[in-house]
Write a protein that binds this ligand. Structure first.
Ligand code: DGP
Length: 137
């Protein structure tokens, strides 16, 4: 039997969470293991796995809710800004689409999530760009 989804349980109220945004299609609540205090997760109420699964009719609403939360961490918590991110499948520990809004302030010590950086060999960037343009149609 499939493992019950913890975020679905939060949406239905079976599991507790500190809800900060309650909309017909989306719910925003505090991450239980915040990067910084006030770190919010925004989820669609319907169980969806990843961003590509989000139906077109919910795209604007999802981004609008994310904007409101990003504004709220500034206005309500005094953050200077925020880091907004979605893990899709890789590094995604809960398989229910969720967007992170992490409050940020200069000097808070977060260093870009320790992303390693690489460089393109000669001509390689053009080839990557071409493959992406083709895939995007
Ligand atoms: P990710 O690694 O992008 O899949 O982030 C999942 C986040 O979900 C992680 O930061 C911790 C948080 N999380 C996991 N389980 C729970 C829970 O039961 N309640 C809450 N509020 N957050 C959870």
């Amino acid at each position: 039997m499939a493992k019950p989804c913890v975020f679905c349980a939060i949406v239905t109220g079976e599991a507790e969470a500190h809800v900060v945004l309650d909309e017909p299609a989306f719910l925003g609540f505090l991450d239980v293991r915040p990067v910084f205090k006030g770190h919010v997760l925004l989820v669609p109420r319907t169980h969806l796995g990843t961003l590509p699964d989000l139906p077109a009719e919910h795209r604007d609403g999802f981004l609008a809710a994310a904007q409101r939360i990003a504004t709220a961490v500034k206005d309500g918590l005094g953050a200077q800004g925020s880091f907004v991110a979605i893990n899709n499948t890789v590094s995604q520990s809960v398989p229910h689409l969720h967007l992170h809004v992490v409050p940020r302030t200069k000097g808070d010590g977060l260093r870009g999530f320790f992303w390693p950086r690489t460089t393109y060999a000669d001509g390689e960037a053009a080839s990557y760009a071409e493959r992406l343009r083709e895939a995007l149609g």
